[in-house]
Design a protein around this ligand. Structure first.
Ligand SMILES: Nc1ncnc2c1ncn2[C@@H]1O[C@H](COP(=O)(O)OP(=O)(O)OP(=O)(O)O)[C@@H](O)[C@H]1O
Ligand SMILES: [Mg+2]
Length: 592
């Protein structure tokens, strides 16, 4: 049930592909990154010089019985380490700084792009999974940028540098240590293969964990209404169990690998003592060199351990980046017009010509639709549930493009109209009016944030909510809370109508809410609708008789096709499908 990821799936790129794309897209940050890498190199070189100073202090000071050299070597060693601290700090800050800038831009780009995608995309993808792109994936990247990136650079430099330095100090001793390398490589390869799989599973399951939590929280009212808390928690338990197992497998890989590398390091120390100690006795190796080797040995293994540590961070970051790039590459199903016809004003004539559409093109939901709505005309679309009415509304505002046929505004195909112009001229008031957390005034001003207070109150008056708003303790500044949960559904509808009135479009497509209102609120909504639709072209998906009867024409849909069109009174008189609907409505709800 939770195994399927939505349409954001795409071909997984190789790590190199992802990294080179990141480099390509970082633009002016590339120079800054090179600078940061330079600082990091300097810090590493300072560190590598340390053991050489120690060797000098031991050989020319301790062995040569020169206290002055011992003191000065200690001081020099300390100064070197202090410098290394300063350089190391600068390296961390600059690399993290560049990385964070890159991430800030990336987050913005991804969110902007996500909002520009077609409505269908959000139906195909779980909100929780999309949210995980912006949270856990972004977090994986942040973690790598803050902790891992410098480590990768430093560790690679250290391993190379130490190897070279060891050969400079003593070739035979260096070869002894490098003899451990095959074992180290073998251990690392096994670890990588195992950890890769484990971490990939961790990443897959975190998306599902988030998706389940998100769904549970946003559906909490339904969950509680059906007392499904236990079942919902059990569902979560299953997802959580998988996540736990994946993490456990990853932890197992780590707990085997790291002690193994540690074992190799101690073996190395023993070898140095054995071989090096004997050579010191033979007089073929200086005391200082033995000391230096001891230091180099730990500095040889430390970065390898670090690399294995950040390897996971890096894998997670690359996978996250790959997913974010994949999201950026997702194209909208309703692409912007290449060469949009300018449309500053509109008559408001909507034409649907031989429209065929299916959410899955193989299963048409709208089989054929021909409809012309004249400027200023009000057309009601009625039909039983699932007939395709809301789909017509979505096609009229180009949330989807038809598979066949055309939807036109003033005779221009919607696909050829600039998106901003289109949204300005045609506004959809959806079945479930969504309010944003914020004040009433924020929600009403949504389409025109600069609207002044006087104009805003005028809108409230026209829509019939002025008295109600004035009676609220905080008036127009009342917080509606998330999704407008502070308001009743009738109040939410009225606010949604007010918001559309502020937008002042030529064409309104209104998907009437299905919820039943009390007669008083219903009257209020009816009046507000009258004001809103006055003088505009309107396609109203009607769920109530009152709305349908007030239209100039009624379109009756059944099973994705138009079965009747005409003025409501004529259709009632004709005794066809609409008359039948009328009869059912009147019988069931006294005409409500
Ligand atoms: N996003 C979607 N993806 C796939 N199928 C969908 C989607 N939305 C609707 N459908 C299907 O398309 C058909 C028409 O749905 P639509 O929402 O247009 O019905 P409706 O006439 O508005 O019904 P209601 O009166 O209940 O609002 C239904 O069979 C529905 O299951
Ligand atoms: Mg509907």
């Amino acid at each position: 049930m939770y195994a399927r990821f939505g349409g954001a799936e795409h071909k997984v790129e190789s790590a190199r592909g992802v990294i080179s794309r990141a480099a390509r897209e970082s633009g002016d940050l590339r120079g800054k990154f090179l600078l940061a890498a330079g600082v990091t190199t300097a810090a590493t070189l300072l560190r590598l010089a340390g053991p050489l100073v120690v060797r000098f202090g031991v050989d020319e000071g301790v062995t040569a019985d020169d206290r002055g050299v011992v003191t000065w070597s200690a001081v020099a060693f300390f100064v070197l380490l202090s410098l290394q601290y300063v350089a190391g700090r600068a390296a961390l800050r600059s690399v993290a700084g560049v990385g964070e800038q890159f991430l800030r831009r990336l987050r913005e780009r991804v969110f902007r792009h996500m909002l520009s995608l077609d409505v269908g995309f959000f139906g195909r993808n779980k909100t929780g999974v999309l949210v995980s792109r912006m949270t856990s994936d972004v977090e994986a990247l942040t973690k790598f940028v803050d902790e891992g990136a410098v480590q990768v650079i430093t560790s690679v430099l250290m391993v190379t540098g130490v190897s070279v330095a060891m050969f400079i100090v003593d070739v035979r001793m260096a070869l002894v240590i490098l003899a451990l390398l095959p074992f180290l490589l073998a251990a690392s390869l096994v670890f990588r293969r195992y950890a890769d799989r484990a971490y990939q599973r961790v990443r897959e399951h975190i998306g599902q964990v988030l998706a389940t939590v998100q769904e549970g929280i946003s559906g909490v009212r339904v969950v509680q209404a059906y007392t499904q808390q236990t079942e919902q928690a059990e569902d979560f338990g299953q997802v959580n169990e998988k996540y736990y197992e994946a993490n456990l497998a990853a932890a197992r890989a780590i707990s085997t690998y790291f002690p193994a590398v540690d074992l190799l390091r101690t073996t190395g120390l023993a070898l140095i003592l054995l071989v090096g100690g004997r050579r010191v006795l033979d007089g073929t190796l200086s005391f200082g060199s033995l000391f230096a080797f001891m230091l180099y040995l730990s500095w040889f293994f430390e970065p390898i351990l670090n690399l294995s540590n950040v390897y996971n961070l890096m894998q997670a970051a690359i996978a996250a980046l790959d997913k974010l790039f994949g999201l950026l590459d997702t194209e909208t199903d309703v692409p912007a017009a290449d060469d949009p016809s300018p449309m500053d004003s509109t008559e408001g004539r909507i034409t649907m010509e031989a429209v065929r559409f299916g959410y899955d093109p193989a299963i048409p939901v709208i089989k054929r639709l021909d409809l012309e709505v004249a400027p200023g005309e009000r057309v009601a679309v009625v039909g039983e549930t699932g007939a395709g009415k809301s789909t017509v509304a979505k096609l009229a505002v180009r949330f989807h493009d038809p598979d066949d046929g055309r939807v036109k505004l003033d005779g221009v195909d919607l696909r050829c109209i600039d998106t901003d112009d289109l949204r300005q001229h045609i506004v959809l008031v959806p079945q479930e009016g969504f309010l944003f957390s914020g004040s009433l005034s924020d929600n009403l001003r949504y389409a025109d944030p600069d609207l002044d207070d006087a104009a805003l109150w005028e809108v409230c008056r026209q829509i019939g909510i002025a008295d109600w708003v004035a009676s609220l303790e905080d008036g127009i500044d009342t917080e509606v809370r998330e999704r407008g949960s502070r308001l009743s559904s009738g109040e939410r509808q009225l606010v949604a109508l007010g918001r559309a009135l502020v937008a002042d479009p030529a064409v309104i497509v209104l998907d009437e809410a299905t919820s039943n209102l009390d007669p008083e609120k219903e009257q209020a909504v009816e009046v507000a609708l009258g004001t809103l639709l006055e003088g505009r072209t309107a396609i109203v998906i009607a769920h109530r008789l009152a709305t349908a009867d007030r239209a100039d024409r009624v379109v009756v849909m059944a099973d994705g096709e138009v079965v009747e069109v005409g003025p409501p009174s004529e259709l009632v008189a004709a005794g066809g499908a609409y008359a039948e609907l009328h009869r059912v409505w009147e019988a069931s709800a006294n005409g409500r």
